[in-house]
Design a protein around this ligand. Structure first.
Ligand code: ZN
Length: 278
């Protein structure tokens, strides 16, 4: 009996470059591939100073699928000039995704403290709609990532999967869907039904995993590795798969604590946590 065959396979494991933030993208790619991952989601900061065509080839040489580029968005602003600037940055992200061979851009949609969430959501929807011709010609899709309500002040006015689904429906383009991240969505009593609805809309484009620690000591950089917190990962994964999702499981962890670890040791823990908890 082979023990290898009884291990859950890693063919759907994708890791975000931000998860091992201390590493350059070349190091992440080599180590992720050696650990058995088949996908990588690239954060734009890791591309600074790189030739994107050469980076695309480097990722291909490691047999890694580029799952997404993170991130675009931040559409709302109090002036038209700032909103135009935001669109320009998103167009730049679309061009980068095209050059890198990333089929999808994850959108952290944005919000402005003091501006109503309704107004911000309107600006987000208008912003996404304005990008559709660019997405069409670049062959790049957009995924609205609803963010936990603790970020509603300044990072995203889209805070539930229901709101994201509403926006996807209103825009009505096959180029626009949703990135479902367990960190942001696990608490929502409507989660199961909204995941099913997202599936019916053919809009479930991405699935991000990590865990929620108690206590959480930092709003941004204290995510847990899968199994370290209270998120019912297997249950949510079962809902996502019942909705027809068969893409990558993307490990996205921002953690000052884990970035301070030896990253090789941490990567082994990521693979183990993926096998045990996702
Ligand atoms: Zn995410």
């Amino acid at each position: 009996m082979s023990t290898a065959s009884s291990l859950p396979d890693l063919s759907r494991l994708c890791i975000h470059t931000i998860t091992t933030k201390p590493w350059a993208i070349e190091t992440s790619a080599a180590k992720f591939a050696a650990a058995g991952a088949k996908g990588i989601t690239v954060w734009r900061d890791t591309l600074a100073g790189r030739n994107l065509g050469a980076t695309r080839q480097m990722l291909r040489d490691h047999d890694l699928s580029v799952v997404s580029l993170c991130r675009g968005g931040f559409f709302p602003a109090t002036t038209a000039a700032e909103r135009i600037k935001a669109l320009d940055d998103n167009r730049k992200a679309i061009a980068e995704a095209h050059e890198l061979g990333a089929p999808l851009i994850v959108l952290v949609c944005g919000a402005v403290p003091g501006q109503s969430l309704l107004d911000s959501r309107k600006q987000i929807q208008d912003g996404i709609a304005a990008l559709l011709p660019d997405c069409q010609s670049a062959g790049v899709k957009l995924a609205i990532e609803p963010l936990h309500p603790m970020y509603a002040d300044s990072r995203s006015a889209v805070n539930t999967l229901g709101q994201a689904n509403d926006m996807v429906e209103a825009i009505g383009s096959p180029l626009v869907g949703v990135a479902a991240d367990v960190y942001h969505l696990w608490w929502d009593p409507a989660l199961q039904q909204e995941i099913a609805r997202c599936g019916r809309l053919n809009a479930l484009f991405a699935f991000h995993v990590c865990d929620w620690r108690t206590p959480t000591i930092d709003l941004l950089n204290d995510r847990g590795l899968m199994g370290e917190g209270c998120i019912p990962l297997r249950q949510i994964r079962s809902w996502v798969e019942a909705a027809g999702f068969n893409g990558f499981h993307e490990v996205e962890v921002f953690s000052t604590r884990l970035w301070a670890m030896d990253q090789d040791e941490y990567l082994q823990q990521i693979v183990q946590a993926y096998r045990n908890h996702v």
